[in-house]
Design a protein. Structure first.
Length: 636
């Protein structure tokens, strides 16, 4: 308010023009201008004289962020801006105020009090589009007069004379050559009342059984899932394919049609009859031609792991499913998207079929990349690099991302035991020493024996299935504070002692394997595989009641269960009370089973005789023990 108030509704320079100021407010519009390098902010609560444009900020905040800005007040073609090397600090999340409703007739000469503010005009109609191609401007008229709409936030909508709107919302800007203008922050700010039916723009096969049909405007859900709406004809033999389902993308402009037959190397025609736009206009009949599915040339992620040095700093295109996405605010206050993509490429390591994911990292809020969402099958083009040892793809833009499908199934997970360090290392391993990857979709299970909250901007969760523990990292930015197991919700700290199956992408911390969490649906109730005869027993030790012959390669199967939160030791003693080997020593319990090969701690075969198997659980300073005799013999 102090920066903007002049008392003159027709205009005037800021009383702080040329001065360096610090101002705090709520972001009402982001990615504004030809270079998308400006944002609007306002005093909390909004109101007259309370909006301003920040030009060329040090970082791009997200809509609704509470920010502190330091910079110089400048009158650029009579538009008040905070500019000249300004610095921006994100203080947290705020609430965008409701837009002020104004008559559009006020814009030409009496809108100074609304400069930089978020406003809304009512029912209006497009009257002039002559400046749209050159300047991204078009004129609309309501009952009070005519005003100009500016597309500098970026609009998919293309104006046509006669289009009418229930309302238009946007930020008020100014240029001395045009006057006051309203800049909608996107198509969602424009309540279109369109008298024209939607148009079918294109169709393309994105898999051997899926076709994406693109329209020129947002569609209503009415009729979308009715499979009789769509007909796909094989132009080679004029046979009609069997449509199985249809799904409208979240963008509202793309329908994915799934068919029974494979879309082979032939020409096809899609016929759409019976969809509506959001204004209720029906598309009576439309057709589009498209070729069959061609897989295209994509870089297998497994190849990047297998020969990272060859791909380092190379521009590549990937095709895969997003399994994790988060919006990160760095320690410097900048906004960055961090996501993981996985494809179906693979290679064999030590007999295991290894599939891999890759990190996607780029500056900008998550809203800048609407196509990068969990469950989206996408193609993306960017540069492969390594940052502090972590391999990743960066330097991509929104235009480098193509959504092929939404709600795609997650990749088949790499399943491992929590103590299997060899397999875990193979999951994050690359051919370049010191460089590790992340994003491979993984699954493990066990007892959650420790949860540490508020650790460096996140929570560390420790899981053990009896073979050793792993760490799951859950960043605060994922906003995961509780999960549901067996129909009951638990806060993260209340999961201690619970046994469950957990899915998530792999990650590396200081070169060690860890998993990432962030979605409640990735925690699944599970029951340890306890033999029926020991059902309900928290503490038992079970071994076969017969001798075994290690010299002939036989092993002794040992099954046990201990309290989940107790420390566990399983040792073998001889009859003189000496420890000959320690089979298990860990800081969490639960059910487990191992096979002992009859060797001592020096890996020497023990002589024939009777030994004592000793299981000990220590919890809260109290000790429980179980013992069983075992006999080492030989086959006669």
């Amino acid at each position: 308010f102090d920066l903007q108030y002049t008392g003159n509704p027709s205009g005037g320079a800021s009383p702080y023009d040329g001065e360096i100021v610090t101002v705090t407010g709520i972001v009402t519009g982001t990615n504004f201008g030809d270079q998308r390098d400006g944002f609007f902010m306002c005093d909390p609560g909004g109101g007259l004289w309370t909006g301003i444009l920040v030009f060329g900020p040090s970082l791009t905040p997200a809509l609704g962020d509470c920010v502190r800005v330091n910079g110089q007040i400048t009158e650029y073609y009579d538009l008040t801006e905070v500019t000249s090397g300004n610095t921006v600090t994100i203080l947290g999340r705020g609430t965008v105020p409701e837009p002020m409703t104004i008559p559009i007739g006020i814009l030409p000469d009496s809108a100074e009090a609304y400069e930089g503010a978020l406003v809304r005009i009512g029912v209006c109609v497009v009257t002039n589009v002559s400046d749209w191609m050159s300047y991204g401007q078009f004129d609309v008229r309501d009952a009070t007069g005519t005003g100009t709409i500016l597309g500098d936030f970026g609009l998919e909508y293309v104006p046509v004379i006669g289009d009418s709107f229930t309302s238009i919302t946007g930020c008020v800007t100014y240029h001395s050559a045009v006057g006051w203008m309203i800049a909608p922050r996107g198509d969602a700010d424009m309540g279109i009342v369109d008298r024209r039916p939607p148009e079918l723009v294109s169709a393309s096969a994105v898999s051997d059984t899926s076709v994406n049909v693109v329209f020129n405007e947002r569609l209503s859900l009415q009729g979308i899932s009715d499979i009789t709406t769509y007909h796909i004809i094989n132009q080679r033999d004029l046979t009609e394919l069997h449509v199985l389902s249809a799904h409208l993308f979240s963008s509202g402009k793309t329908v994915q049609i799934n068919v029974l037959e494979e879309l082979s190397d032939s020409a096809y025609q899609v016929i759409v009859d019976g969809v509506w736009d959001v204004a209720g206009n029906p598309l009576v009949h439309a057709t589009a031609e498209f070729p069959g599915y061609e897989p295209g040339e994509y870089t297998p992620i497994a190849d990047i792991y297998n020969d990272f040095d060859a791909y380092n700093n190379m521009i590549v295109t990937l095709r895969g499913v997003i399994d994790h996405m988060q919006d990160v605010t760095t320690s410097s206050g900048s906004r960055r998207i961090s996501a993981y993509i996985q494809d179906n490429s693979w290679r064999i390591i030590n007999g295991d079929t290894m599939r891999y994911g890759l990190s996607l990292s780029q500056s900008g809020a998550a809203s800048t990349f609407p196509g990068i969402q969990r469950g989206n099958l996408i193609t993306i083009t960017g540069t492969v690099t390594a940052y502090q040892g972590a391999i990743q793809m960066g330097t991509f833009t929104t235009n480098n991302v193509t959504v092929l499908a939404e709600n795609a199934p997650m990749p088949k997970p790499m399943m491992f035991r929590t103590g299997d360090r060899t397999l875990q290392r193979a999951i994050i391993w690359t051919s370049s020493e010191g460089n590790y990857g992340g994003g491979t979709w993984c699954q493990t299970g066990g007892t959650i024996y420790q949860v540490d909250e508020n650790v460096g901007g996140g929570t560390n969760m420790y899981i053990d299935d009896g073979s050793g523990n792993i760490t799951m990292r859950i960043w605060d930015s994922m906003n995961l504070d509780s999960v549901q197991l067996d129909g009951q919700w638990y806060k993260m700290r209340e999961l201690v002692g619970k046994y469950c199956t957990i899915l998530g992408p792999s990650s590396a911390y200081n070169g060690d394997f860890q998993m990432l969490g962030g979605y409640a649906e990735d925690f699944v109730s599970a029951t340890p595989d306890i033999p029926p005869e020991h059902a309900g027993e928290e503490f038992y030790l079970d071994v076969p009641n017969r001798p075994f012959a290690p010299d002939l390669g036989q092993r002794l199967h040992i099954d046990y269960n201990t309290p989940a939160l107790g420390e566990v030791r399983l040792r073998v003693f001889d009859l003189r009370g000496r420890v000959v080997t320690t089979l298990v020593s860990k800081n969490s319990g639960g059910h487990d089973a191992i096979d002992w090969d009859g060797r001592d701690q020096l890996r020497e075969l023990l002589p024939m005789g009777t030994y004592i198997l000793h299981l000990e659980s220590v919890k809260d300073g109290a000790s429980k023990t179980k013992i069983k005799p075992v006999v080492i013999g030989t086959k006669l």
